[in-house]
Design a protein around this ligand. Structure first.
Ligand code: ATP
Length: 277
């Protein structure tokens, strides 16, 4: 349940640059400061949770890390190399992949084809070769399909390769979406609420999968499901109103009075609104 059962993340040696770092990032939407001088350091093969009450800035932070949101100020770096104006299309080449909240699969493509879309990094023949049907492109396509099948197998969805997303139950669609992120063999994987909409059996399987992935990649987990976060994370960053209020291992974060206060504040705000969500 706690980090005590986990191997410590590979540190990469004393003084090694973090696998990925965000430094002093601020994002404003009009008058609202969604992120306020936020920093985050990810070690190699670390599972890092990002938690916080609704509206704390978790998705905005993930969007900044993946080039979907340009910060107003602050810097990003990958293994010590600054990333200037990171754009989403560069992610795959940088060994970075993400899943979206929800699912986000293409309706008209089978599960296998959806997963193949995630693998551009490993395509060697160019688009023109593919268009002209050159042999290299066909060999690439077959190799890619093989890799996509392995990714589907890894998430326990090999049997749905030829089905369209609409024909699949929601938890299975989520697995396919995860396979699409895995097929590029990312070194850093950002997961945005992967447990959303899943039942407890699927969440247990997801926990096992995340720990297995951490043997070869850094995993960032933005998640509301606290049991999952506490069970799989090596370290956790807690955001509240766009600020980092705590960073530490699960036990330390659970015992941190500032974290309890942030979540209690959220509950009492809901109580004031008479809401139940
Ligand atoms: N594109 C946008 N335009 C204006 N405000 C935004 C935009 N995106 C996010 N916000 C605001 O920024 C703040 C942080 O939002 P964000 O979605 O990052 O929080 P979150 O922690 O992911 O929340 P949740 O847990 O509800 O998903 C919120 O107040 C949100 O309303």
């Amino acid at each position: 349940m706690t980090s005590a059962v986990h191997q410590p993340p590979a540190a990469g040696g004393p003084g090694a640059a973090p696998a990925f770092a965000v430094e002093d990032v601020t994002v404003r939407f009009g008058g609202l400061t969604a992120l306020d001088a936020v920093s985050l350091e990810l070690g190699a093969r670390e599972v890092h949770g990002v938690i916080g009450p609704n509206g704390a800035g978790k998705t905005t932070l993930l969007n900044v890390c993946c080039g979907f949101q340009r910060p107003d100020s602050g810097t990003l770096s990958r293994a010590g190399r600054p990333l200037a104006a990171l754009a989403p299309h560069q992610l795959v080449d940088l060994g970075i992949a993400r899943t979206l909240q929800g699912v986000g699969l293409f309706r008209g493509l089978t599960a296998l084809e959806n997963v193949m879309v995630g693998a551009d990094r490993h395509r060697r023949a160019g688009f023109l070769a593919a268009l002209l049907g050159l042999p290299r492109a066909e060999a690439d396509r077959r190799a890619l399909a093989e890799r996509a099948r392995s990714a589907l197998a890894e998430v326990g969805a090999a049997d749905v390769a030829d089905r369209l997303p609409a024909a699949l139950p929601y938890p299975v669609r989520k697995r396919v979406a995860l396979a699409r992120a895995l097929v590029a063999e990312p070194e850093i994987l950002f997961l945005d609420e992967p447990a959303g909409g899943l039942g407890s059996d699927d969440i247990d399987e997801l926990a096992g999968l995340i720990r297995r992935l951490a043997e070869r990649a850094t995993v960032v987990l933005v998640e509301h499901h606290m049991d999952l976060v506490m069970a799989v994370c090596d370290r956790i960053t807690v955001l509240d109103f766009g600020r980092v209020i705590a960073v530490g291992d699960p036990a330390a974060v659970q015992d941190d009075p500032a974290v309890a206060a942030a979540y209690l504040g959220e509950e009492s705000a809901r109580g004031d609104e008479g809401g139940t969500a």
